[in-house]
Design a protein around this ligand. Sequence first.
Ligand code: 13P
Length: 260
Amino acid sequence: MNGNGRTPLIVGNWKMNKTTGQAVVLAQDIANLHYRDYKTVETVLCPPFVDLKSVNGVLEYDRSALRLGAQDVFWEISGAYTGAISPEMLREVGCSYCIVGHSERRAYFGETDADVNRKVHALLRAGIVPIICVGEGLELRDAGDRQAESFILEQVEAALEGLNDRDVSTIVIAYEPIWAIGTGRTATPEQAQAVSVAIRACLGERCGWENARKLRILYGGSLKPENVALFVPMPDIDGGLIGGASLDARAFIDLMKAWL
Ligand code: 13P
């Protein structure tokens, strides 16, 4: 737990990388470097759908404390939705987390705030923790902090519509400025902290400070072992959502260890 009573969370988003054979090797490499005493940080691997079962097998065989997550979900329970995956399917394959609303899903697959909201409700019904991604593009950031923040808060409010106050305290929000994803350019720790404070304040007003204090907010966007130490001391940033560096077992574990 950090000084605020929240357990830091490190999530590796493998995106569309790793065939099943490669995924097993990477999961094994990460599990080998992840010791049982690393229990002050929660660590989650999010491989592609087709790799979930095999990666879960590695984690179970290893009795690893690493957790499994998916990168997306559909909101219906079952039915004629070709190509879609339900929350129940994710739960049965061992997922306890699921990323929703990643900017790449929004940009390439047309995912809307309303879709994200439906997915969040469906995941909570299935007992899976949603990791809701929000973040502004470069144009909005250049327009000024206030514009960027109000866009982000609209995304947060839309994602949480209809949730009760206690549910809100169990979810995770990941602030990922689009201009920082895969670019090698992070937000400054101060920018990320300011956005996290704004999100927490907005949720405090919406569902009570007690609940808002419990919710974890992650930063994502070009996090690497070389820059993570700047983000760790930020009091409202509770961990990281990591893309590129999560594909390297050593780098991913080093990032996680920064939060121990
Ligand atoms: P990078 O760490 O590669 O910038 O990706 C961040 C991200 O999109 C994680 O979801």
